[in-house]
Design a protein around this ligand. Structure first.
Ligand code: SF4
Length: 378
């Protein structure tokens, strides 16, 4: 039995120093603390989150919508940007049906035209299709279903209280058809080595997502194995019909938190070639503001996409490219002004290669046509 505790928190929304380069979120908001989905691999069990009984006691944040509205109204420097709802909790876990914190938050975000990105394992999300389409029409809305297997038994073992993978795919399909302006796709993560990394499973998740109408697939083989979370997960495996993967799994990780780089490279390669075959993007189209940040965000997206694709293809991160891409988000003027002054090389982490790479994009800025629908984010 899950225990629900009501609690009022001082803050509703948290601003990140840099946007998240996968989900493009600049703010995070958690309608709840704790998650009754109780996935057995969940990283929220690790000590770094200080959540004692995170699946048996869910804290319901009272007045979160009022706090959020006050914060947006009072903060002069708060610019609209992507809000990621539900980090170490699922915004659509079952108590949302009754409490409605997530819906209330969405109503505030819609009123103030803040774009939204939500990741979920629940088909309860379909309840809010009207709001998603409204937000998407005004700004930008992205929804990702976390799907890592289509084997119902395995999903039931790994994610005992979530909607089944078939139900998630059905929800994806419904959102795609009823809310055409919403960007919807699959978060294929974390991929559990020896359980979910067979070529058959990797292909099936991509194929089924594509058939359901996914606009993107974000993937990562990075299951974490960290302190208490690792112990919990390994104990669950030992008590199950999947116990024979414990030995190879521990051997693969060799006491580290993440799988080794050559393993990640191998999985990335397979996944990107399948996504290529199915013509499905492996990045989310970013929200682009219409104020002075417009070209800063576009160029940042170009650089961060390039860095990501390089990492997937060659297994190496180009830190300079990454930091150049992240730092532009904090510029207080448009990069076009910097370009006109001839000062691009003065920007943090910029070098001649980066300048050469982005110049065609900056030159193209003069001849931009106004696009509609999801294409306006291209
Ligand atoms: S839905 Fe997400 S936050 Fe909730 S238990 Fe599962 S992995 Fe953790």
């Amino acid at each position: 039995m899950v225990k629900y505790v009501e609690k009022e928190f001082k803050t509703a929304i948290n601003k990140l120093k840099f946007p998240d380069s996968w989900f493009w979120a600049r703010y995070t908001i958690n309608p709840y603390s704790g998650c009754e989905h109780a996935c057995i691999y969940c990283d929220a069990r690790s000590q770094r989150y200080y959540l004692d009984d995170f699946e048996n006691e869910v804290i319901i944040k009272t007045n979160i919508d009022k706090k959020l509205e006050l914060r947006i109204k009072r903060a002069k420097k708060l610019l609209p940007d992507v809000v990621g709802a539900g980090g170490v909790n699922d915004a659509y876990q079952s108590c949302e049906k009754k409490v409605g914190n997530t819906r209330k938050i969405l109503q505030v975000l819609s009123k103030y035209q803040y774009p939204v990105n939500i990741a979920t394992k629940s088909n309860l999300i379909m309840r809010d299709i009207d709001l998603f389409e409204k937000i998407a029409k005004k700004t930008w809305c992205t929804i990702g279903f976390s799907i890592t297997t289509i084997d119902e038994d395995m999903a039931q073992f790994l994610e005992p209280f979530s909607s089944s993978p078939i139900e998630r795919l059905e929800a994806l399909k419904t959102i795609k058809s009823e809310a055409p302006n919403v960007q919807v796709g699959t978060y294929f993560m974390p991929i559990i080595p020896f359980l979910e990394d067979s070529e058959e499973n990797l292909k099936e998740v991509i194929k089924k997502s594509k058939n359901a109408g996914a606009d993107f697939i974000l993937f990562s083989p990075g299951l974490t194995l960290r302190d208490v979370q690792a112990q919990y997960f390994i104990n669950k495996l030992k008590d199950s019909k999947y116990k024979n993967i414990v030995k190879p799994l521990l051997h693969l990780y060799k006491g580290q938190t993440y799988p080794p780089a050559d393993y990640a490279r191998k999985i990335h390669k397979i996944l990107s070639s399948y996504c290529d075959n199915y013509k499905i993007p492996i990045r989310i189209k970013r929200w682009i503001p219409s104020d002075y940040r417009k070209w800063n965000y576009k160029i940042s997206e170009v650089l961060l996409n390039e860095e990501y694709i390089d990492r997937v293809n060659f297994g190496k991160s180009n830190k300079n490219l990454m930091w150049a891409g992240l730092n532009i988000n904090n510029l207080e003027e448009s990069i076009l002004e910097v370009y006109k002054r001839g000062d691009l090389l003065k920007l943090k982490n910029f070098n001649m290669n980066i300048v050469k790479f982005i110049k065609p994009f900056l030159d193209r800025s003069k001849n931009l046509e106004l696009k509609t629908g999801l294409d306006k984010f291209l």
